[in-house]
Write a protein that binds this ligand. Structure first.
Ligand code: F6P
Length: 535
């Protein structure tokens, strides 16, 4: 957690910089872009449009040294018990081969699981493992929620360009409509299910798994041969066995992997099934390269460290209210959904590791969507609303398709928005615009935009398995570093657990009216309305 002397320095740095214009800082220093651009593992971070300068950057780097970010990273990757409330390590880095030598026993388990994942993937692709009807599988449905869904879903969408071996689908919500829509038009005889649940106790996933099983049976797959159509990923082999999935069809997870950090484990099996083993290993290697960058680069050249320091700087010191992730790539359309869980489930906390209440904000409120769609919706608020925000514009330079003209239009929009966030439109320009339109000068403020919105641009050559791995690992480490700077545990989620406990109680109320009197009057009225509507 930040030392109070570093905190005081950052406060005064923010006070000094807040009246400044980022556009003027750019104008004044011809070297600013190169000084504030850093690269690693196929990614380039341009932070030159952040409201920082050399002096504030040095102060941020000093606070990173004060909390020993580099030491914290070593502790993470070598298996220290960083998740203190659940008494666990958080070893997602080991899943992609980082620091294997320090943990040979666990590394052996990872390797063995990867071998099994590879074997089943190749058997399904070669036709050695076929469906109950003897047909090759054509579709795979991943059933999971949270970390057992968002990562693989985002990655599979991003890789659709790679020629798919199986079509990938995802069912997550306990709303039966989700499953019904996904399965509509699919042939149960050639569809494989992968049930992903670290705990194998999650209501949504177990409900969907049961319904999907019934869908297979209704589609002609016999009870006896259903095992050929179902794989599972879990730490809870007993619960999976009770569900009817034998050990041979189960791929292990470990309690030392957090759900939202688990896309590199067998939770990513759907990626391999969809796009091939080579693609999955390239994805792991991209993340491993970023791990290496994080371990070796100095703080000021270290992409996740700088991103964490900027997140701290913007949210705590420049008082931005919200953070946007704006990928200018339709392939990354699910990136913000994935990052919401990673960022807000990890750092949406109100106590320090030592149990002390934190009065300042912690995780930023993160949202966003693929450009240019948001431009025709909420960007109005970004440009002219009163809310302060920061943003990451994610910009793949090439698009892998033939339509260079459309790709140029997409990139022009990314750069145009970045520039508009920077320069806005001044009072004088707005007066000129009003005059040009023949409008009275008192209407000119309607055209004004303050600009000066701090943001970074995260550039990669293209969206491919390696850059995708590096991109996710960047955000993982940024999230962990922010937790270290703020003194949080990034790896538990007790807030989510509360809703699950109350949800169980209310389910009984909706079923048979039990406990209606124990509810608050508002919830009781809603429960009664539901019961009335579903008699
Ligand atoms: O949302 C809470 C949570 O526990 C997440 O952390 C996790 O990713 C998700 O539920 C799913 O859990 P499981 O994989 O155990 O079904």
């Amino acid at each position: 957690m930040l030392q109070s002397s570093d905190h005081a320095v950052l406060l005064s740095e923010a006070e000094r910089l807040l009246p400044n214009s980022i556009a003027i800082l750019l104008e004044q220093n011809p070297n600013r872009v190169s000084q504030l651009t850093i690269t690693g593992a196929g990614l380039t971070l341009d932070a030159s449009k952040q409201l920082i300068d050399e002096q504030s950057l040095q102060a941020l780097a000093a606070s990173a040294a004060g909390v020993d970010l580099a030491g914290a990273y070593e502790r993470l990757i070598t298996g220290s018990e960083v998740n203190i409330t659940e008494e666990r390590a958080a070893l997602h880095t080991l899943l992609r081969g980082t620091a294997q030598d320090t943990l040979p026993g666990l590394a052996g388990e990872v390797t063995a699981t990867l071998s099994r994942m590879r074997a089943v993937t190749e058997a399904i692709h070669s036709g050695d493992h076929v469906s109950a009807s003897g047909d090759r599988f054509t579709n795979v449905i991943n059933i999971g929620i949270g970390g057992s869904d968002l990562g693989p879903r985002m990655v599979c969408r991003a890789l659709e360009e790679v020629s798919p071996q199986l079509n990938t689908h995802f069912i997550s919500n306990v709303d039966p409509h989700d499953l019904d829509v996904v399965t509509r038009g699919l042939n149960p005889q050639t569809t494989l299910l992968v049930i992903c649940s670290k705990t194998f106790t999650t209501e949504e996933t177990l409900t969907n798994a049961q319904r999907a099983r019934s869908w297979l049976i209704a589609g002609g797959v016999s009870e006896a041969s259903i095992g050929q159509h179902v794989l599972a990923v879990t730490t809870n082999l007993t619960a999976a066995a009770e569900f009817g999935i034998g050990e041979a069809a189960c791929f292990p997870m470990w309690d030392w992997v957090g759900g939202r950090y688990s896309v590199w484990s067998a939770i990513g099996l759907v990626i391999a099934l969809g796009f091939g083993w080579r693609t999955f290993t390239d994805f792991l290697n991209g993340a491993k390269a970023l791990d290496e960058h994080t371990r070796t680069a100095d703080c000021e050249q270290n992409i996740p460290m700088i991103m964490a320091l900027l997140e701290l700087w913007n949210t705590r010191y420049l008082n931005t209210e919200t953070h946007l992730v704006l990928p200018y790539s339709q392939r990354l359309e699910h990136l913000a959904d994935f990052l919401q869980q990673l960022t807000m489930e990890s750092n949406g906390k109100r106590v320090t590791l030592g149990g002390k209440t934190i009065n300042e904000v912690t995780a930023p409120v993160l949202w966003g969507s693929a450009g240019t769609i948001g431009q025709h919706s909420y960007y109005q608020l970004l440009h002219q609303g009163n809310r302060r925000f920061s943003a990451d514009i994610v910009l793949p330079l090439t698009n892998g398709d033939v339509d260079l003209d459309a790709h140029r239009k997409l990139a022009s929009n990314a750069l145009a928005q970045s520039r508009a966030f920077l320069i806005g439109r001044s009072a004088a320009e707005s007066q000129a615009l009003a005059a040009e339109k023949g409008l009275p000068s008192e209407l000119a403020p309607h055209f004004e935009m303050p600009g000066n919105h701090p943001h970074s641009t995260l550039v990669m050559n293209s969206v491919n398995p390696e850059t995708l791995g590096a991109l996710i690992a960047t955000y993982e480490h940024k999230t962990y570093f922010l937790s270290v700077l703020m003194g949080l545990n990034a790896f538990d989620q007790w807030g989510v657990e509360l809703g699950k406990v109350i949800g169980k109680q209310i389910r009984a109320t909706l079923e048979n009216g039990d406990g209606l009197d124990e509810l608050d009057s508002s919830t009781a009225a809603l429960a009664a309305a539901w019961r009335n509507a579903n008699r």
